[in-house]
Design a binder for this molecule. Sequence first.
Ligand SMILES: Nc1nc2c(c(=O)[nH]1)N[C@H]1C(S)=C(S)[C@@H](COP(=O)(O)OP(=O)(O)OC[C@H]3O[C@@H](n4cnc5c(=O)[nH]c(N)nc54)[C@H](O)[C@@H]3O)O[C@H]1N2
Ligand SMILES: Nc1nc2c(c(=O)[nH]1)N[C@H]1C(S)=C(S)[C@@H](COP(=O)(O)OP(=O)(O)OC[C@H]3O[C@@H](n4cnc5c(=O)[nH]c(N)nc54)[C@H](O)[C@@H]3O)O[C@H]1N2
Ligand code: SF4
Ligand SMILES: [Mo]
Length: 734
Amino acid sequence: MLFGRTQKNPIKITDKKVVDWQYATCGYCSTGCSIEVGLNADGKAVSSRGAAGADVNRGKLCLKGIMEHELFDSVGRGDTPLIRQHWHQDFAPTSWDEALDTTAENIKAIQKKYGRDAFAIISTGQMFTEEFYTLGKLTRGLIGTNNYDGNTTLCMASAVSGYKRSFGSDGPPGCYEDFEHTDCLIAWGSNLPEQHPIIYWRMKEAQEKRKFPLIVIDPRVTMLAQNADIHLPITPGTDIVLMNAMMYVIFSENLHDIDYIVANTNDFDKLKAETDKYDPTTASKICGIDEDTIRVVARLFAKAGAAMQIWTMGINQSTHGSDGVVGINNLALITGNIGKKGGTSLSITGQCNAMGTREWSSCSGLPNHRLLENESDREEMAKFWNIEVDFLPKKRGMFQTDIYRAIETGEIKGIWLIATNPLSSLPNTARIRKAMEKLEFCAVQDCYLDSESNQYANVFLPAGTWAEKSGVMTNTERRVNLIKPIMQPPGESKADFWIFNEMAKRFNPQNKVHFPQTTEETFEEMKALSVDRLCDISGMSYAKIEKNCGIQWPYTQTQVENNEAPPAGGKRIYTKTAEFRYPDGKAKLIPLPYIENNEIPDEKFPIWLNTGRLIEHWHGRSKTGKVANNNKFSPIPFIEINPDLALDLNIENGNYVRLISRRSDAIVMAKFTQRVSKNMVFLPFHFHDCANRLTLGLLDPHSRQPAYKQQAIRIEKIDDQAAAAKLSMEMRKF
Ligand SMILES: Nc1nc2c(c(=O)[nH]1)N[C@H]1C(S)=C(S)[C@@H](COP(=O)(O)OP(=O)(O)OC[C@H]3O[C@@H](n4cnc5c(=O)[nH]c(N)nc54)[C@H](O)[C@@H]3O)O[C@H]1N2
Ligand SMILES: Nc1nc2c(c(=O)[nH]1)N[C@H]1C(S)=C(S)[C@@H](COP(=O)(O)OP(=O)(O)OC[C@H]3O[C@@H](n4cnc5c(=O)[nH]c(N)nc54)[C@H](O)[C@@H]3O)O[C@H]1N2
Ligand code: SF4
Ligand SMILES: [Mo]
């Protein structure tokens, strides 16, 4: 038998006959890669490539970006508005007018009967910033419900909350270039190579040149952990204990930067009084990291010229999520590692435009980090939008996770879901299903008809997606980048921007509030609102953004007048002394007492269930499940399981097993790997009706973000493997 190639000729790559390359920004993760989509002579999108001149990705793309053009004609798209009286019935196609009228009438009827806040609107981190701003204006200025939030509560809420508590405002202080200057990098709960592959590439390139130590804190041996100089397989949910113990070492060995602390922070004594309780010996018993390693890591970090920390969901998705972020900020502040080259605390964002929604959606407040709680912010926005100031609530409403509890109690009766799929992404699916069944009215606005939540929709509003629309997005390092329409939304489906503008007409008698009709005009309106704010974009324009492959904020009109080219202002924030956003310019050092409150393994449910992601898939797979080159890597639900645990349970590699939590059960294939320890399994949450059947999702007290990573299960081998295989195929969904 012959192996390998039989001819020496080079492999021929099919000529896709691209005649035109069009600019866009990747619509998956928050890395924010600049893409060029190749069109053939028939105008069909046949290829994607990384834009060579883009500072973010420098010509590279990952597995998802490189296949993104295939989304334009993927199956399952919604191409016509649909309507039905009750979710038990079949949908019937309808006109846009009827779909929008029906939705508006139901919103008004519910608000009239039960009060303005009885109708909730749930948004996303996956639309464009102009769309967020327009939806915010519609919701805050015209519809007037305070129960308006986004799926970012499942994702970035702890980062936002932690930044606000430490620095007085949201806004990541660093950038990717910091990897090129740092002398020490700590990554907390971040699987960078799979979830942000191009940020990982930037990091790895920098590390290979300068050999700075990489410390990875993750209970799982991720690829990042495999590449680490020191890997700390922490006991799930105990990161703040480790942080406190590291601070204990830094203070007791006098490694802190007292000059920076005095000039830039408040409450040093309060912090120290708390960390004094966390000597490494005691701490190691809780966080599972031996005391010597705690000391080594603390010294390495504090002695580095410039030290950087990044983190993602291993920190945010925890009952101590917000505290974890504050702990990272504390470590950065006491060592003077904020706003300097290579010294930063950089939250790695999740969705492509989770940053844009934080800045402009008005979900938790008003545009550009203005606060509902602040009278002058309310007055300024009311005047700008031409609405009555008393129409605006004086404090933020419920978070997404609390909105679902309020549906259970009957406080909320109707919902409009936009580009998010709670039935797949919220913890404890059975509970969410029950809540959805209680709704009197539900509208779902999604680019795919087969989103699970659509099962409960009375009205389905088919949306365009990604480069079928225009607008900007902000990435992890505050870079605003552009997407231009390369294709038309399929069939009757429309850009989300169009849908919001049409909906606004139904709440806007005599056009009292002005809604610009193009995204570019909307961007100009937002620029006016950004002058002299932290997120100042007044120096930007669509043309300038495209020319630079994205511009980091702040980039101001003054900088343009002074002929300062981007990124003039934007690489880092908090670079000067006492420049934080509290009134006295100082950051807060906040003590972090630890309370054990997770569902931890016990006799009945002895195994940790850790949930997360894979490189090839995106969330509920509405997109990647339909791209063959992504789906082929993992088409069915599986767990990573340690062979030693499998041996104890009499499970063979490839067997189907039943996972059982206190909530429900799920059937998955067992895949052996040493990546997880004997007391934990890892379950990707991408599969239909699977991971979130099991999760508990206890909430962080500050951010209301669910702890998706910590719950207890038991595992049973399934006798009838053939039946289980059949069930598992059904769970593929696509
Ligand atoms: N391919 C792909 N990329 C994505 C996404 C996707 O769906 N697919 N989604 C995007 C979005 S929205 C997000 S939010 C990001 C998420 O990006 P990441 O947060 O990097 O990914 P996750 O797999 O959710 O979790 C990261 C790690 O947290 C670890 N972890 C679990 N418990 C703990 C703990 O107690 N402490 C610590 N320190 N670590 C813990 C897990 O073992 C896991 O390796 O990815 C973005 N990028
Ligand atoms: N167990 C577990 N659960 C988790 C997590 C976890 O780690 N573990 N992670 C959480 C996190 S961090 C996140 S971010 C959430 C994500 O949770 P979701 O937001 O529910 O996930 P998606 O599948 O991305 O849902 C987005 C929906 O928007 C649609 N869509 C995409 N683009 C557009 C568009 O341009 N317009 C419109 N109208 N629709 C569009 C998609 O088809 C899809 O149905 O999941 C959370 N849930
Ligand atoms: S790293 Fe993120 S932004 Fe870049 S191509 Fe991959 S999915 Fe897209
Ligand atoms: Mo996320």
